[in-house]
Design a protein around this ligand. Structure first.
Ligand SMILES: NC(=O)c1ccc[n+]([C@@H]2O[C@H](COP(=O)([O-])OP(=O)(O)OC[C@H]3O[C@@H](n4cnc5c(N)ncnc54)[C@H](OP(=O)(O)O)[C@@H]3O)[C@@H](O)[C@H]2O)c1
Length: 324
């Protein structure tokens, strides 16, 4: 029933469509012939998205029900990718606004407009009850709100990816930049475990869910095939970039202190106490959803190697190859 509506109403509203995963997804959906509407708070920054025929940007400043009703008038399906890793203060209110309040407004707006299909991109280990950080708790609360939309006849598919990497990500690229900055990299939570998943595999999963009846009212964990510790990942990035750098694994007490300093004293919060708390749970799947979707996710090292190779400046590459 639902996918029938998704097929009939080919216009999809992609909240958070201007982000790392969102841009990749919007291009793919536009290529597949969907008509895409992307609400954004900053259309000037997001102009590259307009290069995809079939993608329209719309400005919004408020994520209240009224604004969403106005924006989503012609949409048959909504995909919600809005997410923040850090908030301005420390109270958790920023996370509540971006994740919980938005999910509430979204469901209210869908109920009012008769939209019957919502795809929610959450995070692996999100849990309203057991999440160790504001990020994971509010992501879990948002999942509950989206799933409760069923009582209004709104059906969901929820995705819970481990860390997502790809061209222009803020994972491989961020560590790549940090490693280039200094001969030493102090690393908090070095034993934290991840199953990094390629952005295009996540995009494939979302795209498939739009037309697969079996994905209705389902939650899928999304993991790549390889489980690595943070230290193994950063070492891999260092070696792939051919850098001679010392990675210093920090004990938890020192990692916590580093997170505290970055959270309270460094502008832009490159790392926070909330990030530190998120890292206390292993970001690995108990049941990888890719198998249920019939998708084989790509192997981390080969795919990440290509991405890092592509970002390496030509001069550095020549120096590395020639041993200078
Ligand atoms: N990347 C990962 O490794 C990863 C892993 C697990 C889960 N996820 C989840 O996947 C989703 C997409 O991740 P991403 O990496 O693509 O994120 P991203 O690049 O940071 O993009 C998030 C988008 O959300 C919008 N947004 C941010 N704060 C907002 C707010 N307060 N109100 C309204 N819109 C807001 C922004 O759009 P505008 O500025 O244009 O309005 C932004 O483009 C997120 O929900 C994230 O939690 C990501």
């Amino acid at each position: 029933m639902l996918s029938r509506r998704a097929n009939l109403d080919s216009r999809i509203c992609v909240l958070g469509g201007t982000g790392f995963i969102g841009q990749r997804l919007c291009h793919r959906l536009a290529q597949a012939g969907y008509d895409i509407l992307v609400p954004t708070r900053n259309p000037a920054r997001d102009r590259p998205l307009l290069a995809s025929p079939g993608v329209q940007l719309r400005i919004y400043n408020q994520v209240d029900t009224k604004s969403l009703v106005r924006l989503m008038q012609q949409c048959g399906t909504v995909i919600n990718l809005v997410g923040i890793l850090n908030e301005r203060g420390h109270s958790g209110k920023g996370f509540e606004r971006a994740h919980v309040a938005l999910a509430e407004s979204l469901i209210e707006a869908c109920a009012e407009l008769g939209i019957r299909r919502v795809v929610q991109v959450s995070a692996l280990k999100a849990s309203a009850e057991r999440g160790p950080s504001h990020y994971l708790r509010t992501k879990g609360q948002a999942e509950q709100i989206i799933a409760a939309g069923r009582q209004h006849g709104i059906h969901h598919t929820i995705f819970q990816p481990s860390v997502v990497y790809g061209p222009h990500d803020s994972f491989l690229n961020r560590f790549g930049k940090l490693l280039q900055l200094s001969p030493l990299l102090p690393l908090p939570k070095p034993t934290a475990r991840f199953a990094p998943v390629h952005v295009d595999d996540v995009v494939n999963a979302i795209t498939r869910a739009l037309t697969d009846e079996k994905a209705i009212d389902q939650t899928y964990e999304l993991c790549g095939p390889d489980t690595l510790t943070l230290q193994q990942i950063v070492t891999f990035i260092r070696d792939t970039l051919g850098l001679k750098r010392l990675i210093i694994p920090l004990p938890d007490s020192v990692g916590f202190a580093q997170a505290f300093v970055c959270d309270y004293l460094v502008p832009g919060k490159p790392f926070s106490l909330d990030n530190f708390r998120s890292l206390t749970v292993a970001s690995v799947c108990s049941k990888n959803g890719f198998a249920r979707l019939g998708i084989k996710p790509r192997e981390f090292r080969a795919a990440a190697h290509q991405i890092l190779d592509a970002r390496e400046p030509q001069l550095t590459r020549i120096r590395r190859i020639s041993g200078r």
